[in-house]
Design a protein around this ligand. Structure first.
Ligand code: HEM
Length: 187
């Protein structure tokens, strides 16, 4: 059973929303706070409505799809863990790609993802300042395909903006049909 994480938006939680915008497609309902946690096994169906939550998004921590052995080794040696005390800023960016993307074969997607768009190469320039975790939602029949999560210290906010504008200018992003960018802080 994969590890499924849920992000809930509502009127309470450890992460305070500072800004939220849809950079492609429909927005999400505005909320003041976001929580991150493991999906609970026993769930009361009235839970969402009664808890002050406006939305809940789920994603599984899964295996790698587009990473070579060499890239995986380099990522492992560079990346930082989540939940560093200095990382008081975060971003939750849910993303949905188009049917055209999913109709491609695995080798065609890898070619666009890395050989053309250099996603991992670009991203590695921002490690370890930006800590990240990718969650897969598509197979859970969720509204987004991916929930991407990033944590960083306030002094790395400009780096995070640069990383985003580099990635959004790539061919990979021409397949992104919905993207919501939610920025968060905690004490
Ligand atoms: C996938 C690295 C930043 C969105 C990946 C993968 C790697 C990676 C290695 C492939 C995982 C696999 O093999 O399946 C990085 C690094 C980053 C970074 C090192 C630097 C912090 C970002 C940002 C976004 C993003 C800022 C979006 C806002 C995604 C998405 C996927 C992905 C949506 C899944 C792509 C797919 O399976 O079609 N990333 N990434 N990444 N990343 Fe990043």
């Amino acid at each position: 059973m994969p590890c499924v994480i849920e992000f809930t938006g509502g009127d309470r939680g450890p992460w305070r929303v500072t800004r939220a915008e849809a950079t492609a497609g429909a927005r999400l309902e505005e909320v003041a706070f976001v929580s991150v946690g493991l999906v609970s096994e026993s769930e009361d169906p009235g839970h969402l409505a009664s808890s002050g939550m406006a939305w809940r998004l789920r994603g599984a921590i899964s295996n790698l799809r587009y990473t070579t052995r060499d890239e995986a080794n380099r990522l492992r040696s560079l990346q930082a863990a989540l939940d560093r005390p200095t990382a008081t800023h975060a971003a939750l960016i849910p993303i949905k790609k188009s049917q055209q993307w999913w109709d491609l074969a695995q080798d065609e997607r890898r070619e666009i993802f890395e050989e053309t768009s250099k996603h991992t190469t670009i991203g590695m320039n921002y490690l370890p300042a930006i800590a990240r975790r990718l969650h897969h939602s598509r197979d859970l029949r969720e509204p987004f395909d991916f929930l991407t999560w990033f944590e960083f210290a306030p002094e790395h906010e400009a780096d995070f903006e640069a990383l985003l504008s580099n990635l959004r200018a790539t061919r990979e992003w021409t397949f992104v049909e919905r993207e919501v960018d939610i920025r968060l802080t905690r004490d």
